[in-house]
Design a protein around this ligand. Structure first.
Ligand SMILES: Nc1ncnc2c1ncn2[C@@H]1O[C@H](COP(=O)(O)OP(=O)(O)O)[C@@H](O)[C@H]1O
Ligand SMILES: [Mg+2]
Length: 251
C-alpha cells in the first residue's frame, strides 16, 4: 500500500442476503484530504460506510487502514487505531450539558489509551483540555452549559461530529452529517468539516451537492454498488455519466 493512502479497499463486496449492495469497490483515500462519496439514493454509500467502520462485514475483499488489514476488526477497536465515525444523535447524553458530553467522549479515549500497554497517556491532553478546545472549534462555547437535548437539531449534529473528534482520530468518517438539518445550520457544519480537513483525513458521505463541491478535494460517485466516476469536483460536475446516474433525482 502506498504511503499516501490512509485507507484503501480492494475488491470490496457486500450483500444483504441475496441482494448485492457493493460490487468490487476499490476506494483509495489519500491522507490529509476531504474525500467525498456521493451518489443517488440506494447507491451503496451507507453500506460502504458500514464496511469501513466495522458495523458490517464485507462478503468479499478487504479494508486496509495505515497498512493494517482491518477487514474483520470489530468497530469498537477501530477507534484505538485512529478511525472515528460520527455518532448518532441518539448516542448523545440528552440530559448532560454540551461540555459534559464532550468531556465524556474525550474520557473514553483517555481510557483506551491508558489501557493500551503500548500507548502512553503521558503527553496526551486531559479530557477537560480536549473538551474546551472542541467547544471552541465547534463554535459551541456559548452553548457549553446547555443540556444537549435543548440544542437545535443542527447543533446536535455538530456536537455529534465533536464527539467523534474527541477521540483525536487520524481519520473521521461522516455519513450525511447535514441530513435533516435546517438550512440555517448548514453553513456552520460546512465550515466545521472544511476546518476538520486541515488536520484530519475526512471521508464524507453527503447528499448536499453544494457542500460536496465546495469542500472536497476528491469525489467518488457511487451508483448501483459500484464506483462510477472519481475525480476532482470540477471534473465530476461535468461528467455525463454522473448526470445520468442522478436522473430522476433532484440534486
Ligand atoms: N439492512 C438492509 N437489508 C437489505 N437491503 C438493504 C439494507 N440496507 C440497505 N439495503 C439496500 O442496499 C442498497 C444500498 O443501500 P445504502 O447503502 O443505504 O445506500 P445509500 O446510502 O447510498 O442510499 C439499497 O438498495 C438498499 O435498499
Ligand atoms: Mg445512506
Amino acid at each position: 500500500m502506498s504511503d499516501n493512502f490512509i485507507l484503501e479497499t480492494s475488491d470490496l463486496g457486500m450483500a444483504y442476503g441475496r441482494f448485492v449492495a457493493l460490487f468490487g469497490v476499490d476506494l483509495k483515500v489519500q491522507e490529509g484530504t476531504i474525500h467525498a462519496v456521493i451518489g443517488p439514493n440506494g447507491a451503496g454509500k451507507t453500506t460502504l460506510f458500514h464496511c469501513l467502520t466495522g458495523n458490517r462485514l464485507p462478503t468479499s475483499g478487504r479494508v486496509m487502514f495505515r497498512d493494517a488489514d482491518i477487514t474483520r476488526m470489530p468497530s469498537h477497536r477501530r477507534i484505538g487505531i485512529g478511525m472515528s465515525r460520527s455518532f448518532q444523535i441518539t448516542s448523545l447524553f440528552q440530559n448532560l450539558s454540551v461540555r459534559e458530553n464532550l468531556r465524556l467522549a474525550a474520557q473514553g479515549r483517555h481510557m483506551v489509551k491508558a489501557m493500551n500497554f503500548w500507548g502512553s497517556v503521558e503527553g496526551y491532553p486531559e479530557p477537560l483540555e480536549i473538551s474546551e478546545e472542541l467547544l471552541d472549534r465547534l463554535g459551541l462555547m456559548d452553548r457549553a452549559d446547555v443540556i444537549a437535548g435543548e440544542l437545535s437539531h443542527g447543533q446536535q449534529r455538530i456536537l455529534e461530529v465533536g464527539m467523534a473528534m474527541a477521540a483525536k482520530p487520524k481519520m473521521l468518517l461522516l455519513d450525511e452529517p447535514t441530513s435533516g438539518m435546517g438550512i440555517d445550520d448548514i453553513p456552520a457544519m460546512t465550515r466545521l468539516i472544511k476546518e476538520l480537513g486541515h488536520d484530519h483525513t475526512v471521508l464524507l458521505i453527503e447528499h448536499n451537492m453544494d457542500i460536496v463541491m465546495s469542500i472536497s478535494s476528491i469525489i467518488s460517485v457511487m451508483h448501483q454498488g459500484r464506483i462510477l466516476v472519481e475525480g476532482a469536483p470540477e471534473m465530476v460536475q461535468k461528467d455525463e455519466r454522473v448526470r445520468t446516474a442522478y436522473l430522476g433525482e433532484a440534486i
